[in-house]
Design a protein around this ligand. Structure first.
Ligand SMILES: C[S@@+](CC[C@H](N)C(=O)[O-])C[C@H]1O[C@@H](n2cnc3c(N)ncnc32)[C@H](O)[C@@H]1O
Length: 358
């Protein structure tokens, strides 16, 4: 048989998140006083795979801020044809392995290498679950809208991994950002940026001089108190005593108004100003993080010029560390000084880089 039972916790974050995600999982385990997980496998950039632990999995689902999805991986197969996949899943008793769900839905991701289309893979897994349920005298039904269990299949390396998806809704949407300006950052990417810069809310203010819809400062406020990762969660914050100092400004008054309304929905207090960053004065000691404008309408030369101008302003703020998020096409050799960190990341499909100046 080319199918094996596995019992693993797969935490999936944005491209480039691996190390930060690993550190975040260790912090969550420590804060919730559950055994420290062993070093994860990293089968692809931004993914950590730990041995499965039900308590840690639940805490990750509640609190992990960098992850977008969390899976309980249960089967791994090298079967690459539909008939073989069906036979192997039946032999592996997939219905029982999934915990005998009363209802389920099946979704596939990244199965392009499989010698069949997405729908056929979905149909085969569905049929194998129904078959193993029936042959053991149980019933289970397909329910796409409100299933007991969301079954996921994805190719990792050279194998198809079957999992229970523990986060049916992506964690990249927290539930407070109901209004957005142009080109907002994914919320879990904002968490990754802040953690990669080692933002310490007990020692430094967070200043976003180009706040757009407020993703970075709002995420900083929630990260500071270890808030549950979704607004709808009833889990308590892990560090409610932390009082972060958050500053947000933008040249666009509409962006500042949206930031304020989003912050109110997230229950985060932010000091705001409508002002070009070039005119900001009296900044508190802290970490400046700016997501510079980018987009198809801007020529590379204009982008380069605006990044270089921002660097020069940032270096004149002697009491602050600075990080900037720029398009992946920017050449850091154009900067006055070599950045101390240059991390390639992705915002959705867009390649970007996180540059930390000091
Ligand atoms: C890429 S967006 C920021 C998106 C934001 N991180 C979010 O997630 O919504 C860049 C922002 O920079 C602002 N901006 C452009 N030039 C500026 C300047 N000179 N001073 C302050 N803000 C500026 C734009 O108004 C825009 O809101």
């Amino acid at each position: 048989m080319e199918t094996r039972r596995i019992d693993e916790l797969r935490v999936v974050g944005p491209f480039g998140a691996g190390k930060v995600l690993e550190a975040e999982m260790l912090r969550i385990a420590a804060a919730k006083k559950v055994p420290r997980p062993s070093r994860p496998k990293k089968p692809q950039p931004g993914t950590c795979v730990f041995p499965f632990d039900a308590e840690l999995a639940q805490h990750a689902v509640d609190y992990c801020r960098v992850a977008s999805r969390i899976h309980h991986d249960v089967l791994k197969t090298k079967a690459d044809r539909l008939e073989k996949l069906f036979d192997e899943l039946v032999e592996a008793e997939i219905f029982q392995v999934l915990g005998c769900p009363l209802s389920f839905s099946v979704q596939v991701k990244n199965v392009d290498d499989f010698a069949a289309g997405d729908r056929q893979v979905v149909g085969t897994i569905k049929n194998a679950i129904l078959e193993t349920a029936a042959s053991s005298g149980n019933t289970s039904e397909v329910d796409p809208s409100n299933p007991d269990t969301v079954v996921n299949a994805t190719i990792l390396g050279d194998q198809l991994v079957i999992s229970k998806l523990l986060t049916p809704e992506s964690l990249s949407r927290r539930g407070w950002r109901l209004e957005r300006t142009e080109a907002p950052m994914r919320e879990n990417l904002a968490a990754l940026v802040l953690m990669a810069c080692r933002y310490d809310p007990r020692k430094e203010a967070l200043i976003d001089p180009m706040c757009g819809s407020g993703t970075l400062p709002i995420e900083a406020g929630l990260l500071a108190i270890g808030a549950a990762n979704r607004k709808s969660s009833d889990q308590p914050s892990l560090f409610p005593e932390t009082k972060p100092t958050l500053w947000a400004s933008d040249v666009d008054s509409n962006a500042v108004a949206i930031t304020l309304r989003n912050a109110e929905r997230a229950d985060v207090a932010i000091t705001t100003q409508t002002i070009p960053y070039q005119e900001l004065t009296d900044l508190p000691d802290g970490l400046i993080v700016a997501n510079l404008p980018y987009g198809e309408r801007l020529e590379q030369e204009d982008l380069d010029r605006s990044i270089i101008e921002f660097e020069s302003w940032a270096r004149s703020q002697k009491n602050c560390r600075t990080a900037m998020i720029v398009p992946g096409t920017f050449d850091p050799l154009l900067l006055q000084e070599r950045p101390r960190m240059d991390k390639p990341l992705k915002n959705g499909n867009l390649s970007i880089r996180l540059l930390q100046l000091r």
